[in-house]
Design a protein around this ligand. Structure first.
Ligand code: EPZ
Length: 421
């Protein structure tokens, strides 16, 4: 198992390219199942969740070719309709194959995703949407067993806005008979790109980018290609790396409109943000950052996937701030680890109350999940002395070689093999 060794205190500077979006790739890849042929997904990030999804698609019979961030998927010879536990347990997004397999082949057997580091991750909204579209859904031995001679268009109303359930419903409805209306659809940029990809495949979709999506099912879709949008969470993570070190960096091949909520909060903190087409610059040199509280919400609000990173930033800012997560009430596994670095954070239900410490001091800390480990790396960049972040396989799930990006910006960070776990 690898760990990162970080010497704190370096101010970041320079520029780096942001990788393609993990969460867009994890929706576009299963969407390729809907058509027989070769799909090409450009700007696909080389990270472990994409490798896991590739293994799952290969298990189903697809052929995968992935080089230089260009992912080619040939779905002509799919002949297996089960997503087994060994894949799904590693990555909840595997449930995304449910809709496409049902829509194209009329059957799917998908392991129920277990929980994750921060608690249960239900899929009831996915299952209710499939049932509404006419599928028979059974739960047997930890598997979702789904069958449908032909999916039928319908009205789907999501009580809770769900990225994954919206994606699954859109993909399934694209090949259903008749019209489907999805109300309270998620509008995250990754869902908007999925809808654009489906339209390029021949789907008939109106209301893209809004909470109400109208889909007219078609008999067949065809393979196509697309360039994956930049990863807005990697963008936000790197911006906070610059803010926490009072640095000055430029991120290229990224888009500011996908994370305006984070940019505005960084400006409230006192950072200077410059927005240009495909570029974002942040200048946090020679400033005393202000404590700024955040509450997460669905897009375009402050993303839950940036909550842990923001908590790390607030832990070194003079003054008290609060970080509230309304999406996942228990996504705070990073708090005890940050406190080991000298942060002063107290949890009150789904709110972290952060009293900024003058200094953090390096220590050994443990990654528990993807964004928690990102927050530990960010704290390590500014902690005095050496910080060791263990179990960086969590980070490798969702970031493409983040230590190389940080090193290129001047951070003193290196990856080493570790027997510790
Ligand atoms: C997506 O997960 C992202 N993953 C997550 O990013 C992100 O945190 C999440 O959206 C919220 O933005 C991918 O896109 C692969 P949801 P998803 O369905 O689709 C509840 C990361 O760090 N819910 O929008 O699983 C759920 O418990 C990952 O990159 C149900 O109750 O999230 C949560 O409270 C972590 N029933 C809320 O909805 C369901 O059937 C939002 O979940 C589905 C969800």
């Amino acid at each position: 198992m690898d760990k990162f060794i970080i010497q704190g205190g370096k101010k970041l500077s320079g520029s780096v390219k942001v990788s393609g979006s993990k969460n867009s790739s994890l929706a576009l890849m299963p969407a390729s199942i809907l058509a027989s042929g070769k799909s090409v997904l450009k700007n696909t990030p080389e990270l472990n969740d994409v490798f896991t999804m590739s293994k799952l698609l290969k298990h189903l019979g697809a052929e995968i070719n992935f080089n230089n961030e260009i992912l080619k998927i040939d779905s002509s010879r799919i002949n297996e309709f089960t997503a087994p536990y060994e894949h799904v347990k590693k990555m909840r997004a595997s449930v995304y194959v449910l809709g496409p397999l049902l829509a194209r082949f009329g059957k799917a057997k998908v392991s129920l995703p277990g929980g994750c580091a921060w608690g249960p991750r239900p899929v009831n909204l996915h299952l209710e949407a499939m049932k509404k579209l006419g599928a028979d859904i059974d739960l047997k031995d930890g598997y979702i067993v789904a069958e449908a001679k032909k999916l039928k268009g319908t009205k789907i109303n999501f009580d809770v806005s769900s990225v994954g359930a919206t994606g699954n419903a859109m993909m399934a409805a694209s090949l259903a008979e008749g019209a489907t209306l999805i109300n309270n659809a998620a509008i995250e940029p990754e869902i908007t790109q999925l809808a654009e990809f489906l339209v390029k495949m021949g789907a008939l979709i109106d209301g893209i980018g809004t909470n109400t999506i109208a889909i007219q099912g078609v008999a067949e879709l065809h393979s196509t290609e697309i360039t994956t949008i930049p990863d807005r969470i990697e963008t936000g993570t790197l911006l906070i790396a610059a803010a926490i070190t009072n640095g000055n960096i430029t991120l290229i091949e990224t888009s500011s409109e996908h994370l305006e909520a984070v940019l505005l909060k960084l400006e409230d903190c006192g950072c200077k943000i410059t927005r240009e087409p495909k570029k974002i610059s942040i200048d946090a040199r020679n400033i005393e950052l202000n404590p700024v509280s955040i509450t997460t919400s669905i897009f375009p609000g402050f993303p839950t996937d940036m909550q842990a990173q923001w908590t790390a930033l607030m832990s070194i800012v003079n003054g008290v701030s609060t970080v509230t997560d309304t999406i996942y009430f228990d996504r705070f596994k990073h708090v005890p680890e940050l406190n080991r670095l000298g942060a002063q954070i107290v949890l009150d239900q789904n709110t972290a109350v952060v009293t900024g410490a003058k200094k953090l001091r390096g220590a050994k800390v443990m990654s528990t999940d993807l964004r928690a480990s990102a927050s530990l790396v960010l704290a390590g960049l500014v902690a005095e002395g050496t910080t060791e972040v263990l179990r960086v396989y969590h980070l490798d799930r969702g970031y493409q070689r983040i230590e190389e990006k940080l090193k290129s910006l001047g951070a003193d960070i290196r990856r080493v093999e570790s027997k510790e776990y």
